[in-house]
Design a protein around this ligand. Structure first.
Ligand SMILES: C[S@@+](CC[C@H](N)C(=O)[O-])C[C@H]1O[C@@H](n2cnc3c(N)ncnc32)[C@H](O)[C@@H]1O
Length: 348
């Protein structure tokens, strides 16, 4: 049974009031901690699922409005940027205005916007709750889950270059004509057109192509400039390193950026005795699986900085990912751990 001691009105514990606790359930590592205190000990994430403050007083510590939401998130965003690499995807859940408030900070810390996904909870979400006489706006039945990837930049002769500009600059440094990139890649003209163009039709070179042109450049390029396509000036980037310079994405057939799904209900919704929800913002497992499956592979590392009932940890256990979850509130942490134990006992 899940704990019945939890009350939504509990005050926020001081971050270090109790020592941190940690539970490992299958492939999930759940910390009773302020996420800020544990990020440094977590491995580089392939995916970050952020479902923190909304500026709606939704949990102890959530500001009452979005005025200070940027300050609330900034230290977290900085920590994510410090640990992420070019293979990291960030999913940022919030209200529309909460996301709009935090977006410039994400961009400032090197997160590139990919898209905004709208969770449409449907009219059932407000059924019987929308007073048409007093409401001065359309009732809100949505949240957003904004998609970002970590930008990688390259140092070149004292300047920061984008991947596109750096590839071109590195090739030109070899002294070889750009047309030779086609020979290197074994294609008629696709390499110059796609990977070494300086126009907007640029494509990230797949690993197999990177391996070919990097090897060619290091074999035939001016000997004095070697190594080419290197980060450390000692050896060229390896295939694995190159693979981690681009975030994963697998488009599922029929899925668009509008996600129509009612809020969590029925047996998935964790309850206290009676009918009260254990956590006001429990996210649907299926949406959480959707974002994790689209942007990671088995064994990849998922971060869930603001755990709540640890839905991303559960999705990770179910889909063979490793998850690192933090939850600051003791009782919520206990409920999350219990949930993961119950669910994984059912499975394994
Ligand atoms: C919106 S809820 C997450 C709900 C979760 N996605 C789920 O499906 O159950 C945010 C949670 O983050 C926790 N939290 C807030 N600040 C935190 C911090 N600095 N470190 C760890 N957890 C935090 C809150 O106690 C709250 O339970």
């Amino acid at each position: 049974m899940l704990s019945t001691e939890h009350s939504a009105a509990q005050p926020l514990p001081a971050p270090f009031e109790r020592p941190q606790q940690r539970a490992t359930i299958q492939s999930a590592n759940v910390y009773r901690a302020d996420a800020l205190a544990v990020y440094a000990s977590w491995p580089t994430p392939t995916v970050i699922v952020s479902d923190g403050a909304y500026g709606v007083s939704g949990f102890p510590g959530d500001p009452p409005n979005t005025n200070t939401l940027g300050e609330w998130y900034e230290p977290h965003i900085k920590a994510w940027s410090d640990k992420a690499d070019g293979g990291t995807t960030l999913w940022f859940w919030n209200t529309e205005v909460g996301w709009a408030t935090v977006h410039p900070i994400l961009v400032r810390y090197g997160w590139e916007y990919r898209g905004c996904n709208v969770w449409d909870k449907g009219v059932g979400h407000i059924a019987g709750n929308a007073n048409t006489k007093t409401l001065r706006k359309f009732p809100v039945v949505t949240e957003v889950c904004a998609h970002y990837v970590k930008v990688v930049s390259f140092e070149f002769e004292g300047r920061e270059l984008s991947m596109q500009d750096w590839l071109r600059a590195e090739w030109l440094r070899t002294g070889l004509p750009l047309s030779k990139t086609n020979e290197a890649c074994g294609v008629a003209n696709a390499a110059t057109r796609k990977y070494f163009t300086n126009c907007h039709l640029w494509y990230y070179p797949p690993v197999a192509m990177f391996e070919r042109f990097a090897a060619y450049a290091n074999l035939y390029g001016k000997p004095s400039g070697r190594p080419y396509f290197s980060l450390d000036g000692i050896r060229p980037i390896t295939s694995d390193e190159w693979r981690r310079m681009r975030a994963k994405f697998k488009l599922m057939h029929g899925i668009t950026n509008v996600w129509s799904m009612p809020p969590v209900r029925g047996s998935e919704r964790l309850k206290l005795t009676g009918n009260t929800s254990l956590h006001a913002n429990q996210k649907p497992l299926s949406l959480t699986e959707r974002i994790i499956l689209a942007t990671s592979d088995p064994n990849d590392v998922i971060w869930e900085p603001f755990g709540g009932l640890a839905t991303a940890a559960l999705a990770s256990i179910l889909n063979d990912r490793q998850c690192y979850t933090a939850e600051i509130t003791q009782s919520v942490y206990r409920d999350a751990v219990e949930r993961l134990r119950v669910e994984s006992n059912r499975l394994f």
